[in-house]
Write a new protein. Structure first.
Length: 439
RNA sequence: GGAGAGAUGGCCGAGUGGUCGAAGGCGCUCCCCUGCUAAGGGAGUAUAGGCACAAAAAGCUUAUCGAGGGUUCGAAUCCCUCUCUCUCCGCCA
């Protein structure tokens, strides 16, 4: 959420900045609402002040045992007018709030201007894509070839865009998550957290998924789909939601900053509207695992923290020996809550392309304002925090990258050195009688 | 799921219709005193808005005692609904 003060005092600038990210701010509607708000609020508060003063007088008079009918008459007519004014004010404020909640964050000055992902700017690359002297397969063929990846059965269980992994592949998936968690907690100073996978609407409002992106979420009702009323819970689309909301309505002591949390969770996305893209394989699923990094920081430190955050995510790819590049997203490609975003894209030989595996964003005070997440600042006053989040990394896509980059001519896959410890020393996934064995 | 108790400021805790944004304590900040320390004395110490102003300060004003609604001239206090916490019972991984 943007600062309404900023809209009142510098609307033109805000409109211009939002235009850069392709958002048309309804300035006229805002100005009209704001003018009305001002009028009604003044009027309402005037009436309230009258009432309060009269009530006080009544109280004082009664205490002295005086007759109060005169004052009572004086105040009697206020009731209806006040009620009406209050209702009107509520409505106008609600409309304003609704408008405010649907406005995306302003891009940071350093963000390149552009319409879509073709205007993202490459910052750096790491590693050399490996040369293969055999015909390479994509991860689907590799996984199915091993007898360890089974989309058909997953479809039977749930439908499209779900996956079933078995044996060494399921274990490799787990190993990746463990490895990421261990690295971030032991080397990067994050506190491991276990969080709810079902969250309230308030939490989703806080991080910006609601009210605008309800279509992308899965909703859950206790007692089944035909239960009446609004959904009680939503499945988390990312651990960013529960982790960041830990500080909602809190005032964090200055000396507790920065807070750095990591959590491994499943993520659930309906991805409405993206059908037809990445229909094959593990790239785009309704359910996937992710290790999420969140920083809650002092506003002066958030861009410093963003660089660290990206570095921590990169470290995982480096240790796994997976080539990648880091992109700064342009204004038109950034997410709703972000002021600046770096994407990390890993090299996928099966697609002969770099594909997003991590997205690291500084949301500045955008989420904090929605959440009323504050810290007690140097002058003793509460001030809004800055929040950042980033994948460190998307586990499913990392698995894809490992399969494709570490594939061998005979269809086997070499287990990266750093993961063997988590695989009981196993150094290769290969097909076997056992793997091929039915369900 | 059943029965009961509760939710007040950074924390503890008083307050059952009026001058209460809220006693008292703790903590914190500043000052005084004390040759260090400890003890003592004094003052201050919620948040978010609005108005006005070029802006800040001061000022005026509104809201907030878990949330929402209601009764009333007036609600922390009375009524209703909800949420959460705790205790006991049941069930359950």
């Amino acid at each position: 959420m943007l600062d309404i003060q900023q809209l009142r005092t510098g609307l033109d600038d805000v409109v211009q900045q939002l235009a850069k990210r392709g958002f048309a701010f309804p300035a006229d509607a805002f100005n009209a609402l704001e003018a009305e708000r001002k009028k009604i609020q003044t009027q309402t508060e005037e009436l309230q002040a009258q009432r309060n003063a009269a009530s006080k007088k009544i109280g004082q008079a009664k205490a002295k045992g005086e007759d109060v009918t005169a004052i009572m008459n004086e105040v009697a007519h206020l009731g209806d007018a006040l009620k009406q004014a209050e209702a009107h004010l509520d409505q106008v404020k609600n409309d304003l709030q609704k408008m405010l909640l649907e406005i995306p964050n302003l891009p940071h000055a350093s963000v390149p201007e552009g319409k879509d992902e073709t205007h993202n700017v490459q910052m750096r690359t790491w590693g050399e894509p490996r040369r293969f002297d055999f015909d390479i397969k994509d991860h689907v063929s590799i996984g199915e070839g091993l007898g360890l990846l089974d989309f058909e059965t997953a479809a039977k269980l749930s439908g499209a865009r779900f996956s079933l992994m078995k044996g060494g592949l399921a274990r490799l998936h787990r190993a990746l998550a463990q490895f990421m968690l261990d690295t971030h907690t032991q080397e990067h100073g994050y506190q491991e957290t276990y969080v709810p996978y079902l969250v309230s609407r308030d939490s989703l409002l806080g991080t910006g998924q609601l009210p605008k992106f309800e279509q992308d979420l899965f909703a859950v009702n206790a007692g089944g789909a035909d239960s009446t009323g609004a959904p009680e819970y939503h499945l988390i689309p990312t651990a960013e939601v529960p982790i960041t909301n830990m500080v909602r309505d809190e005032i964090v002591p200055l000396n507790a900053l920065p807070l750095k949390y990591v959590s491994h969770t499943p993520c659930f996305r309906s991805e409405a509207g993206s059908y037809g893209r990445d229909t094959r394989g593990l790239i785009r699923q309704h359910q996937f695992d992710k290790v999420e990094l969140v920083h809650i920081v002092h506003p002066d430190r958030s861009y410093e923290a963003l660089e660290q955050l990206v570095g921590h995510a990169e470290k995982i790819l480096q240790k796994l020996g997976l080539p990648y590049r880091v992109m700064t997203l342009c204004t038109g490609d950034m997410g709703f809550s972000a002021a600046k975003t770096y994407d990390i894209e890993v090299w996928l030989p099966g697609q002969n392309a770099y594909r997003e595996i991590s997205s690291c964003s500084n949301c500045e005070a955008f989420q904090a304002r929605r959440m009323q997440a504050r810290f007690r600042s140097e002058n003793g006053k509460p001030a809004l925090l800055h929040t950042l989040n980033g994948s460190g990394l998307a586990v499913g896509r990392t698995l894809v990258a490992v399969l494709e980059n570490y594939q061998n001519a005979d269809g086997s896959v070499t287990v990266p050195e750093v993961l063997r410890h988590y695989m009981n020393g196993l150094d290769q996934l290969r097909n076997s009688e056992q793997n091929a064995n039915k369900i």
